[in-house]
Design a protein around this ligand. Structure first.
Ligand code: SAH
Ligand code: SF4
Ligand code: F3S
Length: 475
């Protein structure tokens, strides 16, 4: 038992309750308890951390930037690839000796769900292990850990619940994440997510629309709808909205100027989504459509449930949209059994689509996944070679794509400033970074959160450079 904790605190007794409250919120004479949270992985995790942080702040905690200053240290983890998973254990090993100094360590997220109580064996100073499907119970679990209980877990996966909290503490005052669904019912052979996030569950359209209106009231102008597979959104309420209907409804919330969504599974991507983009100026000109491979043989072995031709049909729908929609993707090289000819098909797909941007990864074998049974591993050195070839090709495509925009005028949402370069940092509707300066003689009324019209003057593979156009700024 950890003797740092107030042993006299017996729940139910008045003195016990008061002591417990002191301990929970403010240790006597020491100000509020502090927490540190570090996040790995996808945007779902980033937003979960915002909700966890908000929940803690509502309980009287104060957030700090350094784990050394924190009473509670949380790592919100990712296990999508082996490298991501290793990060949390490397972080935890830095604190082995902190045990006994009153800190509480917690592991949240996908590694927590995947490894479960085994984490306590690997890192005995951890006392809290909670997967994302149990975040609703976080206040209760935290209370147990705060009261000195060791090995507190929240690992149930079979749930209908989503993490609903009114307390999210969002990182940006302008762009907000909004969860529409959690979990994944697909069986992509390489992917650990269905085992770490549980089955698909959607929030009601009424909850989502209310949150969008609240975000607008709080000054947000850009909303990003989040889900592992937003296209399979199923409204559990009698309104029965499908994803394109929900997308249109959020786009119609007055005052919301930009709406994005992530991620779309190509199998479920419909023409209706393109029609929604066509009829709502506030729906951003950007779709992330992960393809993973250009080879039908590999796609079938990955259990992606679409063919190259079906994927290209969806690209054709997007290319026929009224505005130029930027298309980005995820790719995996070296999936078991991927031949040189399969890889060549992925390269030819890059030429066929000309993605505006792509995230590419070496296949990483993950626990429990069906791909483990496939054998035919591609050697690590060959995966590395293929990744380098693919990334070089994509870099050239991206540079050419970006150069097509030189001379055009783009609206950006201003995100910040690079003082050293005297540049403002903006983001276009197509999700490109566009850094810009204000020409001499023009008043600089720019500030983060405003929208500005910017003329593109130069292009690199990863960003654009421009000048504030004479049309100026709009707040
Ligand atoms: N729900 C999203 C994917 C989330 S994981 C979707 O379906 O698109 C993000 C990306 O990580 C995937 O698109 C895939 O490209 C990559 N990924 C997932 N598992 C992987 C693995 N085992 N090895 C390498 N990359 C992987
Ligand atoms: Fe993983 Fe596939 Fe689900 Fe995406 S759709 S989270 S890649 S199983
Ligand atoms: Fe990683 Fe979990 Fe997201 S495995 S990519 S944090 S859903």
């Amino acid at each position: 038992m950890n003797t740092d904790k107030p042993a006299a605190a017996q729940p139910g007794s008045f003195v016990g309750a008061a002591l417990l409250r002191c301990y929970n919120g403010w240790r006597m004479g020491q100000g509020p308890r502090t927490f540190y949270i570090e996040t790995f992985g996808c945007q779902m995790n980033v937003h979960d951390s915002e909700k966890v942080a908000g929940t803690l702040i509502a309980r009287g905690y104060r957030q700090v930037d350094n784990p050394r200053e924190a009473d509670l240290v949380l790592y919100n983890t990712c296990s999508v690839r082996d490298k991501a998973e290793q990060k949390v254990f490397s972080r935890l090993s830095q604190f082995k000796r902190a045990n006994g100094h009153g800190k509480v360590f917690g592991v949240l997220g996908c590694v927590a769900q995947q490894e479960g109580a085994a984490i306590f064996e690997k890192a005995p100073h951890v006392s809290l292990v909670v997967g994302s499907a149990s975040y609703r119970r976080l206040p209760e679990l935290l209370e147990q850990a705060e009261a000195g209980r060791q090995r507190v877990t929240g690992l149930e996966l079979d749930t209908d619940e989503t993490f609903e909290t009114e307390f999210a503490r969002r990182d940006s005052p302008h762009r907000a994440f909004l969860t529409i669904m959690e979990g994944c019912d697909n069986h992509c052979a390489y992917c650990v997510v269905p085992f770490t996030r549980g089955r698909e569950r959607s929030r009601t359209s009424a909850h989502i629309l209310r949150e969008a209106a609240e975000l607008r009231d709080a000054g947000y102008t850009e909303i990003q709808l989040l889900g592992q597979n937003v296209n399979s959104y199923r409204d559990p309420s009698p309104a029965r909205m499908n994803f394109p209907e929900l997308l249109s409804a959020v786009a119609e919330v007055p005052g919301i100027r930009r709406v994005r969504f992530m991620t779309s599974h190509p199998r479920d991507f419909t023409r209706q989504i393109v029609a929604a983009i066509d009829s709502h100026a506030s729906l951003c000109d950007h779709v992330h459509l992960p393809v993973q491979s250009g080879s039908d043989r590999v796609l079938a072995r990955m259990q992606r449930e679409y063919t190259r031709a079906e994927y290209l049909e969806r690209i054709a729908w997007l290319r026929s949209a009224r505005r130029r929609v930027s298309i980005t993707t995820d790719l995996i090289v070296g999936f078991p059994g991927e031949t040189e000819a399969d890889f060549a098909e992925t390269l030819s797909l890059l030429d066929a689509v000309r993605y505006d941007s792509a995230f590419s990864f070496k296949y990483s074998p993950r626990p429990n996944t069906p791909a483990l049974a496939l054998g035919e591993a591609v050697p690590e050195s060959e995966k590395g070679r293929r990744l380098a070839v693919l990334q070089e090709k994509q870099r050239e495509i991206q540079l050419a794509r970006n150069q097509e925009l030189v001379g055009s005028e783009q609206e950006v949402l201003v995100e910040g400033r690079r003082e050293a370069l005297g540049q403002w940092i903006g983001r276009t509707s197509q999700n490109r970074v566009l850094n810009f300066t204000v020409p001499e003689g023009m008043p600089d009324t720019i500030r983060p959160g405003c929208y500005a019209a910017v003329k593109v003057t130069r292009a690199g593979p990863n960003s654009l450079v421009g000048e504030l156009s004479w049309r100026g700024t709009e707040v």
